[in-house]
Design a protein around this ligand. Structure first.
Ligand code: ADP
Ligand code: MG
Length: 189
């Protein structure tokens, strides 16, 4: 994203008018997988399946209203990585929790940060480029800091116990396996 901004500064207004913006080439091709969850247990099961496909260095950005199921989803991912679910919580003032495990898990909740600038000041870039798996709740608040190949999980509350969960993953075989394993939660699956 930074590269893109620098380039646009270098263009004169005249050449900008003559040449339309180049297509955004930094975006990573993603596959979008829709899920319907009818219970907290469904959400945990989807999350465990995704957790099984994750590799060190992956960043997962979770978005959705309060109570949508982001923290519950993080518990499921953590379980797949060998971290007991009761360790993954949403304490009032903790922004970053690091969980040691076979694959280290960094659980970040940026709800209380004002935005990307404040996140940058507290070292978010380093956290996001760590060796383990990184989960970010309220990811939209720091969108410009997220890697282009991050996995996106978007929640919509569509009933007391019903959630629409849209997962976008890089187009890689390990995520095809995830899609196949979680087919029972996909519409028509
Ligand atoms: P968030 O982190 O998005 O604020 P939480 O995961 O902390 O949300 O809480 C989700 C709440 O919604 C929990 O109390 C959970 O039991 C409830 N819930 C009900 N149905 C579902 C569902 N299908 N998926 C996830 N959570 C659900
Ligand atoms: Mg939460």
């Amino acid at each position: 994203m930074q590269v893109h901004r620098t380039a646009s500064h270098e263009r004169s207004p005249l050449s900008e008018a003559a040449q339309p913006d180049p297509p955004v080439t930094l975006m990573c091709d993603k596959k979008h997988i829709p899920f319907i969850s009818n219970s907290p247990e469904d959400t945990l099961a989807i999350a465990r399946e995704l957790g099984g496909a994750l590799r060190p260095g992956d960043v997962v950005g979770l978005t959705g209203d309060l109570g949508a199921g982001k923290t519950l989803f993080c518990k499921g991912v953590g379980e797949a990585l060998g971290i007991p679910p009761d360790r993954i919580v949403s304490p009032t003032f903790t922004i970053v929790t690091e969980h040691a495990g076979p694959v280290p898990l960094t659980h970040i909740d940026v709800y209380r940060l004002s935005g990307a600038r404040e996140a940058d000041e507290i070292g978010m870039r380093e956290l996001l480029s760590g060796d383990g798996v990184c989960l970010v709740e309220w990811a939209e608040k720091i969108a410009e800091l997220l890697p282009t190949d991050c996995i996106q999980v978007k929640f919509i509350i569509s009933g007391d116990d019903r959630r629409e969960i849209a997962v976008a993953t890089p187009d890689l075989p390990r995520f095809d396996d995830f899609r196949a394993r979680s087919i029972r939660f996909q519409p028509g699956g």
